[in-house]
Every structure is written in C-alpha cells, then in structure tokens.
Design a binder for this molecule. Sequence first.
Ligand code: TRP
Length: 332
Amino acid sequence: MIMKRVFSGIQPTSDSFHLGNYLGALKQWVELQDGHDGFYCIVDLHALSGEIEPTLLRKRTLSSAAQLIALGISPETSTLFVQSQVPHHNQLGWLMECLAGFGEASRMTQFKDKSAKGGAESARVGLFTYPMLQAADILLYQANLVPVGEDQRQHIELTRDLAGRFNTRFGQTFTIPENFILKSAAKIQDLQDPFSKMSKSSGSSAGVLEIMDTPESNMKKIKSAATDAGREVKFDEKEKPGISNLLAIHSALSGQTITALESEFEGKGYGDFKIAVADVVVEYLRPIRAKALELLEDENHLVDLLHVGAAKARTVATETLEKAYKNLGTVA
Ligand code: TRP
C-alpha cells in the first residue's frame, strides 16, 4: 500500500513554540507520522516576510528543529527540513506567482489583515506573494494531506485552485491536496484573556505556556491564570471561559475526559484545580524541554540531521520541478 503524503510547515518566528501550537497542530503532525509519509518543513523563507533579525532567525530555526524532534517528529521516519535549504521552493513559487491572479491574491485575508496593520503602502511584496510560496511548498511534494489550523484554510484553497489550474492548462503535474483542517485539535486560549487564542502576537506572554519556558515559570502562569465567577469546576465556554480552557488543557495532556475531570474536582475549589493543571502541564513538558535543550547543545549534530532531511526533500522536489518545467515548455 502506498502511504499518503503529509506536508506541513511552521515559521521559526519565536524562541519557543507554545502549548496552543502543540495541541492545535504539532501533536497531529506527530500522530500522522504513523501510516503516512511525513514532510515537515521549518519555513524560514516565509518568516522573512516579517521582521528580519539574522541572529534570531538562526537561533529560532535551530530551536524549532530541536523542539519538533523533542515533541516526537522523527528525523528518520519523517523528512524534517529547513525550507531555504531546498531552492526548489523559490523556483516553483515563481511559477505559482505567474499562475495566480492579482485579484485572487489580493483577497487573501492574512495579507489583508497584516498589511492593514502597518499601512498598505509599506507592506512588503513578500507578504503579498507569501501564499504562492506556500502553495509551492505543498505542491513540490505532491502532498495529499496538509494538517493546518482553520486560519490557513484560504491558503490551502488557493493551493488547490492553482494546482488544478496548472494541471488543466499544462497537463497532469501536481497532486491536489485534500482539505484537512484540524478540527479535532483542542482549542487552547490565552490564560489571561481566555476569549482569545493562545498566541505570541497578543503582546503579553503571561497567558502563553511555552515549551521552552522553565517549569517554575509555567507553574506560575497557570496559578495566576484568569478564573471566572463562581467556584465550580465546570466546562462552560461562555460563562466560564478561563476554567474551560484549563479543563481543555488538562484533558488534552492527561488524556482524561472533561466529564471525568469535572467529577474529580467536584466540591473542590479553583485553587486545587489550578495546582492539578499546573502539575500535568509541567510534567508533560519537562522531558520535552530537556530533550530540546540536549539537542541544542550539539549544534553540529542537529544541523547534520537537517541536512539529511533537506537532501531527502530535494530528491522529491527535483522530480516535481522538472515535470512542471517540462510541461511548461522550457528547454532542459
Ligand atoms: N502559513 C503557515 C502558517 O503561518 C505556514 C506554512 C508555510 C505552511 N508553508 C506551509 C503550512 C505549507 C502548511 C503547508 O501557519
């Protein structure tokens, strides 16, 4: 049986992934390795569409790789690599730019939101062409599944449209990826502002549980998480957003159901419950952080692992790119 291919990418834009990244997407990347051919890419070229800080980019790319391995992405079973080490992404990206309409690219909500923040005039062209590079990432590997969160739906739709358009005009070249928006994933909210998604861009880090943070710091963040009126530990996203979020976190990491947790904490207060959540989070993350730190200590070894991944990726990417060029009529 031929295994379906999975492709996904994450930007190396922070020193640490947070629990929302993990439970929202990365945990599914790890699970999908079973029975699928996984291609997982640290998309450093996409990160260049934001602020560029050379020392940080390097540090964060390596840290992202270490964390992905520590979280369970196997560099042997899967292909784990850094986007800029496979120049085919830029090459196919250009072909996608020549296929996409200015109008359809202008309708991408991520571009509209991000460019609106700093003013359209100063928005960079890379932010505009970002989705065409993303389409190239996916299509180069003939991916069947692209596990991403809801916020990436429009980019995946564009990828499907571009692949279909290319195939129709120039002959069968690309696999059209299935829609695969992660729904089963736990939705993790900010600890201080439980009506917003846990995210680094929210400004304050007090509500964000980071994988590379010390156990003490994460313990403290959970203990000072916003709670709600009342004193019952009950799942109710509208009336008790803070407690519901903590229940979701506990459940996702401990594997206990929300109902089981509600009965376990019946008659106990928020204080006891928070301590239990903090223990679960801290103990879950402790070995992951330790493993990531260990990998970061031997940078040469980590870079070697990434080179092996990039070599595997280039083999597949070369085949697809050659086919695309040939079908377009370029002279080889
Ligand atoms: N745009 C994605 C994000 O911000 C990252 C990404 C880049 C990606 N290329 C990809 C995700 C290809 C999936 C597939 O999350």
